[in-house]
Design a binder for this molecule. Structure first.
Ligand code: ATP
Length: 279
């Protein structure tokens, strides 16, 4: 059976069970050579990375579902960085450059998809990296930290939590005192709403990366980059040198950024794309 996509049939054939058995899908894809020119190349690659990471115990099955939700929103945005996303990436870079104690929070999905880019960004900002898991086990935290270390990270916090985020229950509250607990600015790619709200309540500046502009995270954060994770991290990193060169510019960028206004612009981009698809 040949499955067709927007731009014609895919260059490989699969069984009808393709749609129902995602585990089999991933195994089949691994043995197939998907060309870089394939319209779904990046998405297929991301799925493959996540499936591999799930097998190794870095990513939980729920993380695969979260990726699916993200992909659906990315489709609505045309799978590219929109002008408001770029504005948010610049604002995030400005906040990070101005921060006294910036921390990048990393979960299993983020490590599986963007470990190297996160490490590079952290180094360029002298930011700490902390493993922060929704479904936390000591083993998984250790594996995520290990992946970050092999991607070049220095010290990775979060494997031996010694503080709690107030207002959250049990393991989701655990964090590192010298990391997220004492940070002034926290970058939280793919975070859940409860924790984002709790961090905002602690008085931190929260910078989120989330393709769903309607999530509680997107609404609670000070800056929400509505962009796919790897594009967003690269986008923030691109603005860091300019923001670092001139502190006054960074301060102006921060002052003029309004997250609600930016999310409105994202909705407008989605509307415009849907209108275009209908005509
Ligand atoms: P909230 O609790 O904030 O309302 P949620 O319950 O959807 O949101 P999660 O299930 O933790 O939160 O999902 C994480 C979010 O990350 C989702 O909104 C999803 O759209 C987004 N997401 C998933 N994968 C990616 C990705 N690769 N790039 C960007 N965003 C992503």
């Amino acid at each position: 059976m040949i499955i067709s996509s927007e731009s014609g049939p895919l260059p490989f054939s699969v069984e009808p069970s393709f749609f129902m058995q995602s585990a089999i899908l991933i195994t089949e894809l691994r043995s197939l050579d998907v060309p870089r020119s394939h319209p779904r190349y990046r998405s297929l690659l991301a799925r493959e990375k996540l499936a591999d990471a799930a097998k190794k115990g870095l990513v939980v099955p729920q993380g695969l579902i979260a990726q699916g939700r993200g992909e659906a929103f990315d489709y609505l945005l045309g799978e590219k960085t929109t002008p408001p996303a770029m504005k948010a990436e610049r604002a995030a870079a400005a906040y990070l450059v101005l921060a006294g104690h910036p921390v990048i929070s990393v979960n299993g999905n983020v490590a599986a998809l963007a470990a190297r880019d996160v490490v590079k960004l952290a180094k360029s900002l002298r930011a700490r990296i902390e493993v922060n898991l929704f479904y936390r086990t000591g083993t998984r935290a250790g594996k995520v930290a290990g992946l970050l270390s092999s991607a070049g990270a220095g010290e990775v916090l979060g494997t031996r939590p010694d503080a709690r985020i107030p207002g959250l229950d049990s393991k989701r509250a655990l964090c590192s005192r010298e990391g997220i607990f004492s940070a002034d600015v926290v970058l939280v790619p793919l975070e859940d709403g409860d924790r984002t709200e709790a961090l905002v309540k602690m008085g931190k500046i929260v910078l989120a990366i989330d393709l769903n502009p309607m999530s509680r995270t997107a609404l609670a954060a000070n800056v929400t980059v509505v962009d796919e994770l790897t594009r967003a991290i690269a986008g923030v990193a691109r603005f860091v040198p300019a923001m670092r060169r001139d502190r006054a510019v960074a301060e102006r960028v921060v002052r003029s950024f309004d997250n609600r206004e930016n999310l409105e612009e994202v909705y407008e981009c989605m509307h415009a794309r849907l209108r275009k698809l209908r005509h």
